[in-house]
Design a protein around this ligand. Structure first.
Ligand SMILES: [Zn+2]
Length: 351
């Protein structure tokens, strides 16, 4: 079994170029480095050419947002895979198996992964003082009201507004109501078009971001409802949590993953709630029913989310069988009537 570091050593500059190319980074060799689009935070085929690979150190650096990371982190960000699956992806691509592996990953020595998981469970989040929010205004932007978010819901989740930067300000709290991060939704169209729809904010040069995979947005507010109904609804974005609060005032059970994959840390947060049912309500990432994209998306959700929860909970998935949603919609984007219809015909997963 090769270790992660050994795999990294084995990958040539050309191999990295090929991976970037496959992931949609449109890479170019430039002097001793490789330049790529910032697919790390923008997804495939998007972003500016600010992602640089340094072959001597075997690291990537994203000059826009993400900082330094390795090839496994890149693959896991772009494809929404966990570490093991991004490792498998790379080994499969370059046939990096040793003979004793018997071409089966079931036989691998898990010590490295176990170490990785143990470390990932120990994430310590720093608590931010509440006065960081004082420079923003308690005003509520019409674009969110138009999208079905009530002012009451925005007040409850302490949403603010930055007049200076034309941003909706979204404070993130941990389960115990500690402020752990502040994110912003840009409204300036040029920034949105650059892929900077949701961004971290700064306070006196300190970035107020945190690893969102170490939290579930909205759990501090909705935990009592979730325990009472023994059910949780997992959505992708903060906005869906606010829409849910607007629809089911004081009875919402939705929390956001702040992304489209589920970390082991988030699994533990859910396990500690002592509940029975998980409803998965992610954005619609395919255009047509019965397409290859739909099939691919199904598999991705199974691999990145369902497989991690199924040992512990009854799982059901909201799936847009009747084409009620548009491409990229969350199941809550078309209002309460559509959401309740989708909820009533959710698909139970029994394996
Ligand atoms: Zn990046």
């Amino acid at each position: 079994m090769l270790s992660a570091n050994q795999v990294k050593e084995l990958l040539s500059k050309q191999d990295i170029f090929d991976i970037l190319n496959e992931l949609g980074g449109e890479p170019k060799f430039h002097k001793s480095v490789i330049i790529s689009k910032t697919i790390c935070h923008n997804g495939s085929h998007k972003g500016k050419e600010k992602l640089i690979y340094y072959p001597d150190k075997k690291i990537f650096r994203c000059y826009t947002e993400c900082g330094n990371f390795d090839i496994f982190k890149l693959v896991s960000s772009v494809l929404n895979l966990d570490f093991i699956n991004s490792f498998k992806y790379i080994c499969n691509k370059f046939n990096l198996y040793s003979k004793s592996d018997n071409y089966e990953f079931e036989y691998i020595d898990n010590s490295f992964f176990n170490k990785f998981y143990k470390e990932s469970e120990k994430i310590e989040l720093s608590i931010l003082p509440n006065y960081y929010l004082k420079s923003f205004y308690q005003i509520y932007h019409k674009s969110w009201i138009k999208d079905g978010i009530s002012i009451e819901a925005m007040k409850k989740f302490n949403i603010h507004f930055s007049i200076k930067n034309n941003q909706i300000i979204i404070p993130h709290y941990d389960i115990n109501n500690n402020l752990i991060g502040i994110r912003a939704r840009n409204l300036n169209e040029n920034l949105v078009n650059e892929g900077k729809k949701y961004v971290p904010i700064f306070y006196k040069n300190k970035i107020l971001s945190y690893p969102t995979g170490a939290n579930l947005y909205g759990l501090n507010i909705n935990k009592d409802n979730i325990k009472k109904y023994k059910t949780i609804i997992l959505v992708e974005a903060e906005k869906s949590v606010l829409q849910s609060e607007s629809m089911f005032f004081n009875k919402s059970i939705a929390v956001a993953l702040s992304g489209s994959s589920l970390s082991s840390y988030q699994v533990n947060l859910i396990k500690n709630l002592n509940i029975e049912n998980c409803i998965i309500a992610l954005d619609k990432e395919y255009k047509n029913n019965d397409s290859i994209e739909e099939e691919f998306y199904k598999n991705k959700i199974y691999l990145t989310i369902i497989s991690k929860l199924i040992p512990y909970f009854n799982i059901s998935v909201i799936w847009d069988i009747d084409n009620l949603l548009s491409y990229k919609d969350s199941p809550l984007d078309k209002g309460k009537e559509v959401f309740e219809k989708l909820l009533n015909q959710k698909i139970e997963i029994n394996e």
